[in-house]
Design a binder for this molecule. Structure first.
Ligand SMILES: *Cc1c(COP(=O)(O)O)cnc(C)c1O
Length: 511
């Protein structure tokens, strides 16, 4: 299996190189040259498999330049005791949709599903293609001795809307041969998300607040990737850049697995087809669901749910992608994004791999903030996807109504998907069992969840996040995860804020 670039079809690289680099030199994203298929027999064989074993089977189809031993090493270490509740949990909300809880990892958001395994994939890849220090040796001793001298070091740059940053820091902390630097929008993440990041432990980590929004962070990181001056400065220090954002194929691949795992479990209960609803920001999680469908998983509609930053809803319904609009800071901050990077992969695949068109459209996006796709392509998108959005008031109302009616406590992102799913059913009458990707533990967004629940207590106005969490616990019986509670007493290690144009300098200082 080779990987090509969405902006240059003549590119053909191994999966190891695609993962080690993150982004193609032409600015395009890596995509597999073909999508492997899974058959009904495969699906039968997956019944009863452990999560890590299923991940092994799916990874093997895409990482053909990895040995079985390397893949097994990665998945067995990534999907173990660091997760609770059997890695992921499926719970049907009364007789309605199924909540696919993807937040049982160390940082309590679905990002752990990919970022617990990415460091293994990345160190193995780096060894294969960059001559870095022995990855198997290094990765198996996570947190142990630094990589042997002479090997190249990988510097991972991450732009985050809150959850990726923490999950990436946790995944890469003290991984030999790597350093990681995270950029988050100073006022664009929840208090809990910020506390999780600024108290991060580890000797190879850096965390920077940015005076800007997520798109500013992501654009700055993309620019650093194509900045020849920085690259040569890094090369002199024997450092290569990579990305842990969902522009990296190594982030997307692990996300395909849980949709297949969910289907296999539901098929055991007699369901033969599912819809999938995903609260969407950078279009990574829902793109993974699309890949699962293209591989042959019996999936009907893909329901793409946005918050008030509804650029994707408009795109799906009009064929025009227009980021020239106000950026709204919402109660679902991890979806506050106007440039959904992974859409590029979908458009590439649906336009029969027309690299010239992709380069043109994304050039227009960069220069004019807008592009339009032809009707034929828009129709293809509409066959596959339903696009809807849910504003702030409705998001909070949904958190409350789902709790009141079903005793299920959703975080604000998952609530967006729940509401858009309900709208979809009302509009279409489609009764297909729907899996809703539940992307974060509600306690990551304590303030918003607290306000949503309209808790009437006199102490409320003065309460801090942890006091609010206690009140929610008492009221709902849902416990706050220890990993979040513990941030209260941790030392703050990072408190610098940077302007957008200073990020390149911050990187140089860090190394
Ligand atoms: C990242 C994130 C999303 C959006 O996922 P994408 O892959 O960027 O579309 C949704 N919800 C939560 C809680 C997240 O952290």
């Amino acid at each position: 299996m080779k990987y090509t670039s969405t902006r240059d079809g003549s590119v053909s690289v191994s999966s190891a190189l695609a993962i080690a680099k993150g982004l193609s030199d032409d600015g395009g994203l890596f995509v597999p040259e073909s999508i492997p298929k899974i058959t009904k027999d495969n699906l039968k064989a997956y019944v009863g498999m452990k999560y890590s074993d299923l991940a092994f089977e799916i990874f093997k189809l895409y990482l053909t330049d990895f040995t079985d031993e390397e893949i097994a090493h990665a998945v067995n270490n990534a999907y173990g005791d660091n997760f609770d509740d059997g890695i992921i949990r499926l719970s049907q909300i009364d007789n309605g949709p199924v909540s696919l809880e993807l937040w049982h990892g160390p940082t309590c958001a679905f990002k752990d599903m990919a970022l617990q395994v990415l460091p293994y994939l990345m160190t193995i890849s780096a060894e294969k293609v960059l001559g870095a220090a022995s990855a198997l040796g290094a990765a198996s001793a996570l947190g142990a001795a630094a990589s042997a001298g002479g090997g190249k070091e990988t510097l991972i740059l991450v732009a985050t809307s809150g959850d990726t940053g923490k999950a990436a820091l946790e995944g890469f902390k003290d991984v030999p041969g790597t350093r990681i630097m995270v950029f988050y929008p100073e006022n664009g993440v929840s208090e809990m998300q910020k506390r999780q990041m600024v108290t991060q432990e580890g000797s190879n980590v850096g965390v920077c607040a940015v005076n800007g929004n997520f798109d500013d962070c992501q654009n700055a990181v993309k620019d650093i990737f194509t900045d020849a001056k920085i690259k040569s400065a890094l090369a002199q220090k024997n450092i290569v850049l990579s990305s842990a954002n969902s522009i990296n194929w190594g982030r997307l691949l692990p996300q395909i697995v849980y949709y297949i795992y969910a289907y296999v479990q539901l098929s055991q209960k007699g369901h033969s087809k599912i819809n999938i609803a995903v609260p969407t920001g950078n279009f990574g999680n829902i793109l993974a669901a699309y890949f699962a469908k293209e591989m042959g998983l019996p999936v009907g509609k893909l329901i793409c749910a946005s918050n008030s930053n509804n650029v994707l809803t408009d795109f799906i319904n009009s064929g025009v992608y227009n980021r020239n609009r106000e950026f709204v800071s919402t109660v679902s901050p991890s979806m506050d994004i106007l440039i959904s990077s992974n859409l590029e992969r979908l458009l590439y695949l649906l336009s029969d791999r027309d690299d010239k068109k992709i380069a043109q459209w994304f050039g227009e996006l960069k220069n004019k903030g807008e592009y339009r796709v032809p009707d034929a392509l828009k129709n293809k998108i509409n066959d596959l996807f339903y696009g809807g959005f849910c504003d702030e008031t409705m998001t909070m109302k949904t958190v409350k109504s789902v709790f009141d009616e079903h005793r299920e406590l959703l975080d604000t992102h998952t609530a967006v998907a729940f509401k858009v799913y309900e709208d979809y059913v009302l509009k279409t009458g489609d009764k297909t069992l729907t899996v809703i990707a539940s992307t974060a533990n509600p306690y990551k967004f304590v303030n918003a969840v607290f306000t949503s629940l309209e808790i009437d207590e006199h102490s409320v106005n003065k309460a801090d996040e942890f006091e609010k969490a206690e009140i929610i616990e008492r009221l709902t019986g849902v416990k706050m995860p220890g990993a979040l509670r513990q941030t209260k007493d941790k030392e703050i290690r990072f408190n610098q804020t940077f302007e957008k144009h200073e990020l390149a300098n911050a990187v140089m200082e860090f190394i």
